[in-house]
Write a protein that binds this ligand. Structure first.
Ligand SMILES: Nc1ncnc2c1ncn2[C@@H]1O[C@H](COP(=O)(O)OP(=O)(O)OP(=O)(O)O)[C@@H](O)[C@H]1O
Length: 548
């Protein structure tokens, strides 16, 4: 950096002997050493510049990727709620876009700051050494343009912040479009989505162009400073040379230093613009890193063991909207308990409270007599295997997806789980068997196949408490039969809580709990509830009409 920056100072310094001793005095012998010296300085500058760039870029890249990993680690520890409040695209843009913006600026700043500061100092030294009055004249425009420079910095930070937010909106939209591609096609929404995307891109464009214009204005301001400086020096210094008080060499040396000076100054000003843009990104990164989870393990966790699940007078609301209103029920150990009720009654909320994805406002949620809030999150969640409506498959092989149930499982255990969950039945028809790729989000598998992989995962997990959230709701009769049989094998002997829409799936449950508006309105076995002729019987009758 010092070599690179200092080279310009040395170069402009050498202009003076070149003119005064060589060209004006006619000393031909000096031409060669000056020519080689100048050439040598540039080669040295090239080598040191290359080394510096590689070093700065690789350090920048390492820091950025380390920051991305830290951000993800931090995000993984945040509450599930955080991911509902912050769209995936916004978060992706913060983890990737903002860290990259930061890196680009940090690298540019590191390279420019060191090198150009040394250049500027050495060049100013030459200018002062030649004539301090000329030097003062060269900077005549600086005070006038301080205010516009400061204003521009604020403008760049504001527009950059808006551009980053708009970039997040674009990423979110893309994420939604690609995940929702089937319904977009079926509903012929291609044009609608394309136009909506176009409008969002326009929003991004206008903010980004403003930010870039602000950044471009900074070096332009420096050019105005340069213009005023050159004007002053030429008018004043030119007169002195004509009068013979200064030599042509003095003037050329000063003029070279001044001409060279404004280039690094322009670069520094443009880096300061980029720094403002990066400051907007830094604020967004800090916003993620400053977010703290509310749902955490207690300071002195109690051991928790599988047992009876009990809700006692539990109240829960999302903001001001009450969801559960004094919910009380018991799911006995080793038995199958079904939760039924109309959509929005709060059935999934029960699962969220049990696994502490959300926390109750009042009442008690206990497992084997221990409040879930008293156990460590690790211990608590280790008790459960969950099979939900969404099988949550990853773009890996079937076997790898099953392995997510227990990462240290052997191939034999994976194969056994696949057998129990009837995965082998369809995997065997594929040339690669369990090594078949499932596609993004399991898109290469049917609904029933995805569910069976999710069940195999739960089998492998072998957790004592089983939470099933309508795993058969989207399946046809044949698939439903296979999945039901797999579920029956899975839930045997385990405390199972199952949410069901289709009452046909819960006929054999040991207990059925009917929820309405966040309260238990009825509970019992299927036959008893039908005989009672209450809420359950009405639900069953309504379904019979729908299906019939
Ligand atoms: N993240 C959330 N923010 C705000 N409200 C929510 C959120 N999640 C769920 N709700 C609301 O909570 C209520 C209960 O939802 P829940 O998912 O527990 O119902 P459910 O009985 O499982 O319904 P379904 O049978 O349709 O799945 C619903 O009215 C829903 O709108």
């Amino acid at each position: 950096m010092t070599i690179e920056g200092g080279a310009l100072g040395v170069m402009s310094y050498m202009v003076r002997p070149l003119f005064d001793e060589v060209f004006v005095a006619g000393d031909a012998a000096s031409v060669r050493w000056i020519a080689f010296a100048i050439g040598g300085i540039f080669v040295l500058r090239a080598l040191s510049g290359f080394g510096q760039r590689v070093l700065v870029m690789s350090v920048g890249l390492k820091v950025t990727t380390a920051l991305q990993t830290r951000m993800l680690d931090h995000l993984l520890g945040l509450d599930a709620r955080y991911f509902q409040d912050n769209a995936p695209g916004q978060l992706i843009e913060r983890v990737r876009g903002d860290t990259q913006a930061l890196q680009a600026t940090a690298s540019a700043a590191l390279m420019t700051l060191g090198r150009d500061t040394v250049s500027i100092l050495s060049l100013i030294a030459v200018m002062l050494w030649v004539d301090w009055v000329w030097a003062a004249l060269a900077f005549i425009g600086v005070p006038v343009l301080m205010l516009p420079l400061a204003g521009l910095q604020t403008w760049i930070r504001g527009t950059s912040r808006r551009a980053r937010e708009a970039a997040g909106t674009i990423s979110t939209r893309l994420d939604e479009i690609f995940h929702g591609i089937v319904s977009i096609k079926v509903n012929r929404l291609e044009d609608h989505e394309s136009q909506r995307f176009g409008r969002e891109v326009d929003g991004f464009l206008s903010s980004q162009i403003r930010a870039e214009a602000g950044k471009a204005a900074l070096p332009a301001v420096i050019d105005v400073v340069a213009a005023l400086g050159f004007l002053g020096v030429l008018l004043y210094g030119g007169g002195e040379i004509l009068a013979g008080t200064k030599s042509v060499g003095d003037f050329m040396s000063f003029f070279t230093a001044m001409a060279l000076l404004f280039d690094p100054l322009r670069r520094l000003s443009s880096v300061s613009g980029q720094v403002q843009g990066a400051a907007a990104s830094l604020e967004r990164i800090y916003a993620v890193m400053d977010a703290e989870p509310e749902i955490v393990s207690p300071p002195a966790p109690q051991p928790i063991a599988p047992g009876e699940i009990r809700f006692e007078n539990v109240a829960f609301s999302y903001g001001d909207t009450p969801i559960l209103n004094g919910l009380s029920f018991t799911a006995e150990s080793g038995k199958l308990t079904a939760l039924v009720g109309p959509s929005g009654a709060g059935k999934s909320t029960v699962f969220g409270l049990l696994t502490r994805l959300i926390d109750k406002q009042s009442g008690g949620v206990t497992i084997g007599g221990v409040d879930v809030a008293q156990a460590s999150l690790q211990d608590l969640r280790a008790l459960f295997a969950v099979v939900g409506q969404d099988a949550a498959l990853f773009d890996e092989t079937i076997a790898e997806n099953i392995r997510l149930g227990r990462l240290d499982a052997s191939e034999t255990e994976i194969e056994a789980a696949a057998e129990t969950a009837s995965v082998t039945e369809f995997a065997a028809r594929q040339p690669k068997g369990l090594q078949t790729l499932v596609g993004p989000r399991g898109s290469a598998l049917s609904g029933g196949q995805k569910q069976r992989v999710a069940i195999a995962r739960a089998v492998l997990r072998d957790a004592p408490l089983l939470l099933l959230d309508e795993p058969t709701s989207a399946l046809d009769t044949r698939s439903e039969g296979i999945v039901q049989a797999a579920l029956a094998r899975l839930s045997e002997g385990r405390t199972t809580l199952m949410i069901a829409h289709r009452l046909s799936t819960v006929r054999d449950a040991d207990k059925i709990i009917v929820l309405e508006e966040g309260r238990v309105v009825e509970e019992g076995r299927h036959a008893d509830l039908i005989a009672r002729g209450g809420a359950y019987a009405r639900l069953a009758a309504a379904q019979a009409t729908e299906e019939g």
